[in-house]
Design a protein around this ligand. Sequence first.
Ligand SMILES: Nc1ncnc2c1ncn2[C@@H]1O[C@H](COP(=O)(O)OP(=O)(O)OP(=O)(O)O)[C@@H](O)[C@H]1O
Ligand SMILES: [Mg+2]
Length: 361
Amino acid sequence: MIEFQAVRKEYDNGTVAVHELSLSVQSGTITVLVGPSGCGKTTLMRMVNRMIEPSSGTVLVGGADVRDRDPAQLRRGIGYVIQQAGLFPHRTVLDNIATVPVLSGASRRAARTRAGELLELVGLPQHLGSRYPAQLSGGQQQRVGVARALAADPPVLLMDEPFSAVDPVVREGLQDELLRLQGELDKTVLFVTHDIDEAIKLGEKVAVLRQGGHLVQYAEPDDLLAEPADDFVTSFVGRDRGYRRLSFVDSDGVRPKPVCTVDLGERTQPNPEWRLALDAAGRPRGWLPPGTGVDGPLTEDQLVAGGSLYTEHTSLRGALDAALSAPSGLGVVVDDDGRYVGVITARHVLDVLDQQRGGVP
Ligand SMILES: Nc1ncnc2c1ncn2[C@@H]1O[C@H](COP(=O)(O)OP(=O)(O)OP(=O)(O)O)[C@@H](O)[C@H]1O
Ligand SMILES: [Mg+2]
């Protein structure tokens, strides 16, 4: 869908931002460009919609050389999302989203109706449509930015560090949302970040760039972690790559075991075991430490907060994290609806990993 052929960009001051780089981005996938600040990511991305012209080489979109396209028309087929969302401050949220369809000739009314649907698609309530960007949180603005980029239903989406200005929790939500959206929309997404964790989470393929606009490795995330091409990639993917790679190991073989449970609202005698407190829907709420009993009905403020929850059949990384973060050392396993299934220990998770590797010698 997007192809860079020996693309080079040298700015007027002699800076070589991109060095004869070739890369092809498959249609219908999220491809991530990752690398340290100044390595040429933004420059490379902006050559796709002709905001920057290459010094030499060719960029193809959908098989056609972008030089043969009218820039304004080209950009209507390419959504563009940037850091801080870049919304127009004096237009309401709905008008921001409707911008491109109106430019392309849609009636204001049709464009606003569509904008309302897009608000919902990116997980925002309708009443935000009449606000101005400054009246939204950073995460909400970012969602509006995504909605605006999707408004013309472009086959290609360029996203330049769209989530880097929001806090880590909101950021994770936005990442999950993008993955969900992509599952529905099947766009070709070129996504820039300098955060390797974000790259690994979002990218079906990840291109690692280094200073001077050199492409060092282009691979699926699992391969990047398993076999970094050189010392630069090794240091860039970081020291926990063994742990992070667990994200790609499926957790078939993890067998949750039962643990003592108590229901909120119940009276309970002291007990020598860690006990997991469940609410009326069977969802875990926290732990009752060994030796603790309660006089009256059990309430949440009598509990020790639990660790992360592990949703069954997701990756081993989540399973191990649940075990390591639980005060009891027992990671809580839940089903898709968040209901208690059982518990696992870190030892058990590591045994599953050893078995998958073909057993311990
Ligand atoms: N208009 C310009 N004129 C001269 N040099 C530029 C220009 N724009 C960018 N550069 C230089 O080109 C190199 C690549 O810049 P670019 O913005 O593509 O990097 P980046 O990887 O996006 O960095 P960051 O992660 O900080 O956004 C940098 O050294 C930058 O200083
Ligand atoms: Mg940049």
